[in-house]
Design a protein around this ligand. Structure first.
Ligand code: ADP
Length: 505
């Protein structure tokens, strides 16, 4: 059973199509043949075409006779006037006469309608089969046919006699004799049937072949493409342009390959960034470590022999350790964020309170770096948002420290803090007048380990972590972060944060 199932499953598409096409034609033809007599019957009674047309015995002929006799009897016992009855009967009888039948109708013992005398018809009928005109007769034999039918109305009694010597009943065995079949095959009808059948079969084969080709070719290509991709060739594109189901599948397949390629490339870039970052972090750790080592040696060997020198040495050692701590701290934060190990400690905060505090601190910090600072606050006084202030300050700090790092050497630095509230959110922007960044990299700067300038020597402090940390903290708050600007024209980082639900209501 299961092997049968499997073998039908393994049928080639072409074979499948041919089988379904042949079955699709054969089944209706067989149903038509099986129900042909029922069909004819239905047609005969429905359309009333029951007129005897041949003198040869067949199912249709019997049907025609029975319809004709019923129609004549119905007419005889109807309420119509005599003349109209005769006229009507004449219509029924004329085709019978043409086929050599004789008819005699008697009404209450007297002749009512006749194509011959009573004696003649009884003689003819008797010569065909022994006939008693008082009983109903329904005889169809090789030597002729005889029908005697009695009909009775409320007032009158009718006897209908029909006889035909020319009537024939073919021997069924003869009809299907081999010579007759060959005769049929080579007759004009046979040749036409054979021709139609051949045309049908050839058409089925051609259509099946073309259809299977159009299906199996792209399927073969799909399978080839899948193998190519499995072997790592992500540049493989299946060339099949169609809007049909296979075309849609091929399109999805090509799209999938494209996505896979992009993902792989992205992962390769990230992997490359990670490698660069490890090298960079190692370098960044090594620089302060070497200086710490040098100054500790200086202290140990008594090179710092004055209290001022010792003070300077210790200060430098302290700054270097701070730098190392900051770097390690950043690394720890980013790994915890990426692992989802950080939970925010959010409280409802008034945006103005938070920004005013930030602005105060920035003013002090930036003046130490000889930077100008501008603060424009257009926030509603009652706008509150859920904020983990400590972490959000980290976001601001990371953005500002970038503005300091990527400032132009020959221009006095400037940072603008702007804020504007809307119905459901607040947008905070931090704009600098630094070196800026190429437009196409504006979205990438928020990816972990992304650095627009891989030559770490230029900006020794970068590790490609700061903005990624900022993005992850903002997103944890349900906000969004993005950047605008042009290379050489400064960078603006924008943050959109949602208003707290209660205030919304
Ligand atoms: P990094 O530690 O390298 O600064 P960030 O994640 O903070 O890492 O920033 C990623 C990259 O985005 C930086 O390497 C730099 O190329 C670019 N970038 C960030 N901020 C600025 C800015 N204000 N001006 C110009 N480029 C910037």
């Amino acid at each position: 059973m299961s092997s049968k199932k499997r073998s039908s499953k393994n049928l080639k598409i072409g074979t499948r199509i041919t089988i379904s096409a042949v079955v699709g034609i054969l089944v209706p033809v067989m149903i038509l043949i099986a129900f042909s007599s029922v069909f004819q019957n239905f047609m005969a009674s429905y359309f009333g075409f029951a007129t005897v047309t041949t003198n040869e015995y067949s199912a249709v002929n019997q049907l025609q006779w029975s319809q004709t006799i019923t129609s004549i009897s119905d007419e005889l016992v109807s309420d119509s006037k005599e003349e109209s009855k005769v006229k009507k009967i004449n219509e029924f009888v004329t085709p019978l006469e043409k086929l050599g039948s004789v008819i005699y109708i008697e009404k209450d013992g007297a002749e009512f309608y006749a194509t011959t005398s009573k004696k003649d018809i009884t003689d003819i009928a008797d010569s065909i089969v022994k006939t008693d005109t008082h009983t109903n007769v329904n005889y169809f034999g090789e030597n002729g046919m005889v029908i005697v039918n009695h009909a009775q109305s409320d007032t009158d009694k009718y006897t209908l006699i029909i006889a035909n010597k020319d009537y024939t009943v073919n021997d069924v065995s003869k009809r299907f004799a081999p010579q007759n079949i060959t005769h049929l095959l080579f007759s004009r009808t046979g040749i036409i049937i054979l021709l139609i059948a051949s045309v049908f079969i050839i058409a089925i084969i051609i259509i099946s072949f073309i259809t299977s080709k159009t299906i199996s070719k792209p399927l073969r290509e799909l399978s080839y493409g899948a193998n190519e991709i499995a072997n790592g060739n992500l540049d493989y594109v299946i060339d099949y342009d169609s809007t049909n189901e296979i075309g849609v599948t091929v399109k999805s397949f090509n799209h999938m390959t494209d996505q896979l390629k992009q993902l792989t490339e992205r992962q390769q870039t990230i992997e490359q960034s990670r490698k660069e970052m490890i090298a960079g972090v190692a370098h960044d750790l090594r620089t302060p470590l070497t200086s710490v080592k040098g100054y500790v040696e200086g202290l140990r060997d008594g090179i710092a022999n004055t209290p001022e020198k010792q003070e300077l040495y210790l200060k430098t050692i302290y700054t270097s350790t701070l730098n190392m701590e900051r770097l390690l701290d950043e690394l720890l934060t980013v790994s915890r964020l990426e692992l989802g190990n950080i939970e925010l400690d959010c409280k409802p905060i008034n945006i103005n309170d938070f920004l005013d505090d930030c602005a105060d601190e920035l003013l002090v910090e930036l003046s130490q770096h000889d930077f100008d600072f501008e603060y424009n606050n257009n926030c509603d006084s009652d706008f509150t948002l859920m904020l983990d202030t400590e972490r959000f300050q980290r976001v601001i700090h990371n953005i500002i420290s970038n503005s300091l790092k990527y400032a132009k050497k020959d221009v006095r630095g400037k940072i603008e803090l702007n804020a504007q509230t809307y119905q459901k959110s607040v947008i905070i922007s931090l704009a600098d007048n630094g070196i800026g960044i190429e437009g196409e990299n504006l979205t990438k700067i928020f990816e972990t380990f992304y650095r627009a300038d891989p030559a770490r020597t230029k900006t020794s402090e970068g590790s490609g972590i700061g903005l990624s940390v900022a993005r992850q903290i903002v997103e944890l708050h349900g906000g969004k972060i993005w950047a605008t600007g042009k290379e050489g024209k400064g960078l603006t980082v924008l943050i959109s944060m949602p208003r707290t639900e209660e205030n919304n209501d």
